[in-house]
Design a protein around this ligand. Structure first.
Ligand code: WT7
Length: 638
């Protein structure tokens, strides 16, 4: 029996049990039957969470692009692989077939080689959502270069930190990008970033907005002429199963961003298998994930997972509000989208616009709706279910992380009965555990705790680039022999999981994972700022927004409050990007600290939530008197 495509609940339980009882046999069958290997593995899995060391399909040889492209050419050569929908609805959309994708990826791969990029080299990709983004990702994979995509909304400082952390030799970018009515000078941001990146010796520039830009002689090259010169045949580099495929940065609660390293074979098998089942993809379906390829969602469920299944995957360049708030629904109608995957923050923003812009469009092609990035609240769930899915398209609330590579807890549509706000059941092969603060696993149902995973799955990140110790400390040290997610969760009476949110200092704003430390570092750069502490507070569209408590060096500065607030947000924009801007800034004379000097964010969080009735034990504070002054300041600001 092929377990590749699960079609009903009994089958889910049966396959799930098998995947837990005999994980190695299970994944071997999936890998054997559904992928193309140059050489099979000697060993399916070896693991040790105490080191931590995880290896899947050791000894196997493959190239992921042969699985995502080449093997489809005989059966699906003329099928659309990537359907590009531009920012401007008046510009025609572009259908890139598997044949065309093959040629474009190979051509691009040859350009990389001609520029001296070799297997194992790191290439930074800083591009908007245009076809070149997916193509350059695949071109890197074709020659075994490790791609590090940086979301094109990040600032020059954030970009240079990421380029230097993984020592990228090349940057691929564009002259600029369109975002709704705005154009953004991406190349200018790259130029600024590269002032502090001495090891980048070439920059490839795709043309998108036809603007005048500065080209540095010897370093910068327009992409198109290089593509035109080369051949469209490039043999795939033969990779080991555990060779790194890519690095993707995610923020931690402290320190600089973490370059999560994903490897080749396990990542491919798991993203492909989850894509097939979580979206119930059928051969002629048109699938659209609205994420940006700069995030893990785009890597796994715009590029690799769909293409490994020979799917048609939509890439949308624009934003949900341009030219108006009906754009998503217009695209669903235009391309007869069958599976639609987006984030709760987008759903809440669109729900606010009323139904007129929805009802104008024929959404009858939709079969499956997805949600990802943060907990979906009940109201948003119902709006999505009633108005977009018309109560006939199941919502898959998919819980996972940059670190997990693929979807971990999710309903399977038409298989798992859904329940609002619940991510429901672990996917095949996933063994979640809820832990108490003493480090014991909490068994049984109707319980809650910290969400861990007890057993390796194929697409888990293998390390943090250049810092394996941090990988161990962050994910494998809180609970012995378990991967700790950083999330809290509850398990209901039937074993369904509901993710309750982060239990660390990471705040999810509009589905983006933001660590408090890097934002505080940015705020502290302002010459008038002595110290700061940032917490999250509930926001009706973004899920969470950021609240900053700021101590000024000279209290007199507060007279210029309004400018200061602007300047602080300006610094955040420069250091991280506009997504990390503070919604509220309260100037204060002190912050509650423990005797060891740690800021007690728990108290700050409660004040930001307007919940000051029970602040818990403040007796261990070094400066308990400061609490009342912060509460007063908060009330005065309201
Ligand atoms: C964190 C991971 C997975 C791709 C996008 C975000 C939160 C993600 C859900 C969900 C509740 C969710 C968690 C997680 N999260 N999906 N369906 N329900 N929370 O990837 O930036 O690595 O963030 O996002 O808190 O730990 P990421």
């Amino acid at each position: 029996m092929s377990n590749y495509h699960i079609k009903h609940l009994e089958e889910y339980y049966q396959v799930y049990r098998k995947s837990i009882r005999e994980p190695e046999n299970f994944w071997e069958e999936i890998a054997e039957e559904h992928f193309m290997w140059q050489n099979k593995w000697n060993n399916i899995l070896s693991w040790d969470f105490s080191k931590p060391e995880i290896k899947w399909f050791e000894g196997a040889k493959l190239n992921i692009t042969e699985n995502c492209i080449d093997r489809h050419l005989t059966t699906r050569g003329n099928k659309t692989a990537i359907l590009f929908e531009p920012n401007n609805p008046k510009e025609p959309s572009e259908h890139i077939t598997y044949n065309q994708l093959s040629k474009r990826v190979n051509r691009f791969a040859n350009v990389l080689k001609n520029q001296g990029i070799k297997k194992g080299d790191r290439v930074c990709i800083y591009l908007p959502m245009i076809p070149e983004l997916a193509i350059s990702v695949l071109a890197c994979a074709r020659i075994g270069a490790i791609h590090s995509v940086v979301f094109a909304g990040f600032s020059a400082t954030a970009l240079s930190t990421r380029i230097n952390d993984s020592d990228c030799k090349m940057v691929i970018t564009s002259d600029g990008s369109y975002r709704g009515a705005k154009t953004i000078n991406l190349k200018g941001i790259v130029d600024e970033a590269l002032d502090s990146c001495p090891n980048v010796n070439s920059v490839l520039v795709a043309k998108r907005i036809q603007s005048e830009i500065n080209m540095v002689e010897g370093r910068d090259h327009w992409l198109q002429p290089l593509l035109d010169e080369g051949s469209d045949i490039c043999e795939a580099e033969i990779m080991d199963a555990e060779d790194p495929l890519f690095i993707l940065y995610t923020s931690g609660s402290t320190g600089k961003p973490k370059g999560m390293v994903h490897t080749t074979a396990g990542y491919m098998v798991y993203t492909a298998y989850t894509f097939k089942n979580v979206f119930q993809y059928k051969e002629d379906d048109i699938y659209w994930c609205t994420a940006d390829i700069g995030w893990i969602t785009g890597h796994s469920y715009i590029v690799y997972g769909p293409l490994a299944n020979g799917a048609t995957t939509v890439m949308f360049e624009g934003v949900p509000s341009y030219p108006d708030f009906g754009r998503f629904w217009e695209i669903v109608e235009k391309h007869k989208i069958n599976q639609f995957y987006t984030a709760p923050t987008a759903i809440r923003a669109l729900a606010k616009q009323g139904l007129e812009v929805v009802e104008k469009h024929d959404l009858s092609s939709l079969k499956v709706l997805g949600s990802v990035g943060e907990p979906i609240n009940e109201e948003a769930w119902h709006w999505y279910n009633d108005n977009i899915g018309k109560k006939k398209s199941p919502i898959v609330d998919t819980w996972w992380q940059t670190e997990t590579g693929g979807i971990m807890i999710t309903p399977i549509p038409f298989v798992t009965p859904t329940k609002p706000t619940y991510a429901t059941l672990p996917f095949i092969g996933i063994q979640p555990a809820l832990m108490d603060e003493q480090g014991e696993e909490i068994k049984g149902n109707q319980v809650s705790g910290r969400l861990c995973v007890k057993f390796p799955w194929p697409s888990m990140a293998r390390t943090i680039w250049g810092n394996h110790q941090r990988y161990k400390d962050t994910y494998f040290s809180a609970f012995e022999n378990k991967y700790f997610t950083g999330d809290g969760a509850l398990r209901d009476e039937v074993g369904y999981y509901r993710i309750t949110g982060r239990v660390d200092d990471v705040i999810i704003v509009s589905g983006h994972n933001l660590g408090t430390a890097p934002i505080e570092d940015a705020v502290n750069e302002h010459p008038a700022v002595a110290e700061s502490a940032i917490v999250g507070f509930p926001h009706d569209v973004k899920g969470n927004a950021l609240y900053g408590y700021v101590i000024l060096k000279d209290v007199g500065e507060t007279r210029k409050h309004n400018n200061l607030r602007k300047e602080i947000n300006q610094i955040i924009t420069e250091h991280i990007g506009p997504i990390a801007k503070l919604d509220k800034i309260q100037f204060t004379e002190g912050l509650p600290k423990t005797r060891s000097g740690k800021i007690m964010r728990r108290i700050l969080r409660k004040i930001a939530h307007n919940d000051t009735s029970n602040l818990g034990d403040t007796s261990t504070l070094l400066n308990p008197e400061v609490v009342q002054s912060i509460i007063d300041g908060h009330k005065n600001d309201e």
